[in-house]
Design a protein around this ligand. Structure first.
Ligand SMILES: Cc1cc2nc3c(=O)[nH]c(=O)nc-3n(C[C@H](O)[C@H](O)[C@H](O)COP(=O)(O)OP(=O)(O)OC[C@H]3O[C@@H](n4cnc5c(N)ncnc54)[C@H](O)[C@@H]3O)c2cc1C
Ligand code: SF4
Length: 335
C-alpha cells in the first residue's frame, strides 16, 4: 500500500476544511474521508486509490437514525449498514431498504459499512480494479477495457462510449425508490440533494461519479414520510445466493386500492445501470392499472426500453425484466 497521512476529524467543520484542500472531488481525490473503510482500504491495497491524506470521520456525531419532524427518517452518515437494516422504524416503514441492505455483502462488512460509504462505493468492474488495464474511470482517457472485453456483469442502461460500469450498491436502489435526499455540508454551506441528482451518468467524464465537490461531507440521508399502506419489496438476482453483487435487482414501493388498482408506484433497478436506476417509465405504466402480471410485464418492458447490450451482457435485459415483474408480483401478493 502507498504511504499516506492519517488524521481523525475532530468535528464536521474540521473534516470539511481538510477535504476542501483536495485537488478534485471525493472519489479518486488526494484527500479522502474514511468511514468503514470497506471500499477505500480495498482500493488502496490494490493501488487503485492513492490518497496522500486520509481523514477519519468515524468519531463525528453522525451515527443517529431518528424520526424527522415531518414523520420521515434521518439516517446519519456514519450509521452502520447493520444498524440501519435492523432499525425498528426501517423494518416497519421502509422494509425495502432493510431488505436491500441485508441482501448485500456479509454480516461482517455490513457491521463496518456506513450510509455515506455505501452511497460512494465504487464499481466492481475488473478493469477498474486492475491497474495494469486501461480504464477511463481510473485513469481518464486511457481507454475502456470492458467495451468489447469482459463485460458480463456491466451496465445496459446509462452507458457511454467511455464507460459501461455498473453501480454496485443494493442500498442505493432502495433509496432511489424511496426518494431519499442526501445532505451535505461543504465549504459553501449546507446542501440537500435529491437522490436522483446525486450520482452522475458516465458521459465523457466517468471518473466523476457524484456531484460532490472537494470538502463536501455527507452528513445524512433523509427519507420522506412513508406512503401509508405501501407494499414494498427488494429482489436481487445474482450468480450465487450470498456474498455476491447483483446481476439485476429491483426495489418497488406500491399502493394498491381495494379494487386492486395501482394508485402510486416507485420503481428502481440495480445491477443494470451506471447509477442507481429509477424507472419513471415503469411507474407511469403501472399507475391506474390493475395489479396483475400483464401490467407488471408492461412496466418491465418500459423500464428496459432504452437498454443497450454489450458483447456479453445482453441476457441482463430479459433478466432485469423478469426481476422487476417478480418483485412487483411479490410486493402485491399477485400469484
Ligand atoms: C467483499 C465485498 C462484498 C460486497 N458486497 C456488496 C453487495 O453485495 N452489495 C452492496 O451494495 N455492497 C457490497 N459491498 C460494498 C460495501 O457495501 C461498501 O464497501 C460499503 O458500503 C462502503 O462503506 P464504508 O463505510 O466502508 O466506506 P469507505 O470505504 O470508508 O468509503 C467509501 C467512499 O466513501 C467516501 N466517504 C465515506 N464517508 C463519507 C462522508 N461522510 N462524506 C463524503 N464521503 C465519504 C470515502 O472517501 C470513499 O470514497 C461489498 C464490499 C466488499 C468488500
Ligand atoms: S467500464 Fe468503466 S470502469 Fe470498466 S474499464 Fe471501462 S471505463 Fe473503466
Amino acid at each position: 500500500m502507498n504511504t499516506f497521512e492519517y488524521a481523525r476529524a475532530a468535528d464536521a467543520a474540521a473534516a470539511v476544511a481538510a477535504g476542501a484542500q483536495a485537488k478534485t472531488a471525493q472519489q479518486g481525490a488526494d484527500i479522502r474521508f474514511l468511514a468503514g473503510g470497506t471500499t477505500l482500504l480495498d482500493l488502496m491495497k490494490l493501488g487503485v486509490e492513492r490518497p496522500a491524506r486520509v481523514v477519519d470521520v468515524n468519531r463525528l456525531p453522525l451515527a443517529a437514525i431518528e424520526k424527522t419532524a415531518d414523520g420521515g427518517l434521518r439516517i446519519g452518515a456514519t450509521a452502520r449498514n447493520s444498524d440501519l437494516a435492523a432499525h425498528p422504524l426501517v423494518k416497519r416503514d421502509y422494509a425495502v431498504l432493510s431488505q436491500a441492505i441485508l441482501s448485500g455483502a456479509s454480516t461482517q462488512l455490513r457491521n463496518m459499512a456506513t450510509t455515506a460509504g455505501n452511497l460512494l462505493q465504487r464499481t466492481r468492474c475488473m478493469y477498474f480494479r486492475d491497474t495494469a488495464m486501461p480504464c477511463n474511470k481510473r485513469e481518464p482517457k486511457s481507454g475502456c477495457g470492458a467495451i468489447g472485453g469482459a463485460n458480463r456483469s456491466l451496465a445496459v442502461l446509462g452507458t457511454s462510449p467511455q464507460c459501461i460500469a455498473t453501480n454496485p450498491s443494493d442500498m442505493c436502489v432502495a433509496l432511489a425508490a424511496l426518494e431519499a435526499v442526501v445532505h451535505v455540508t461543504s465549504p459553501k454551506g449546507e446542501q440537500a440533494i435529491p437522490f436522483g441528482d446525486f450520482h452522475l451518468l458516465p458521459g465523457d467524464t466517468p471518473e466523476r461519479e457524484t456531484v460532490l465537490e472537494p470538502g463536501d461531507l455527507v452528513t445524512a440521508v433523509t427519507l420522506p414520510p412513508p406512503s401509508a399502506g405501501s407494499k414494498q419489496h427488494y429482489l436481487k438476482l445474482r450468480d450465487r445466493a450470498s456474498y455476491e453483487f447483483a446481476l439485476a435487482s429491483a426495489a418497488v414501493v406500491l399502493n394498491v386500492d381495494a379494487a386492486s388498482s395501482i394508485t402510486r408506484a416507485r420503481v428502481a433497478l440495480g445491477g443494470v445501470g451506471t447509477k442507481p436506476w429509477r424507472a419513471p417509465e415503469a411507474e407511469a405504466a403501472l399507475v391506474g392499472q390493475r395489479a396483475d402480471h400483464a401490467a407488471f410485464r408492461r412496466a418491465a418492458e418500459a423500464a428496459l426500453a432504452g437498454a443497450v447490450p454489450q458483447s456479453q451482457n445482453g441476457f441482463k435485459i430479459e433478466l432485469a425484466k423478469r426481476c422487476l415483474t417478480h418483485a412487483l408480483a411479490t410486493a402485491t401478493g399477485v400469484a
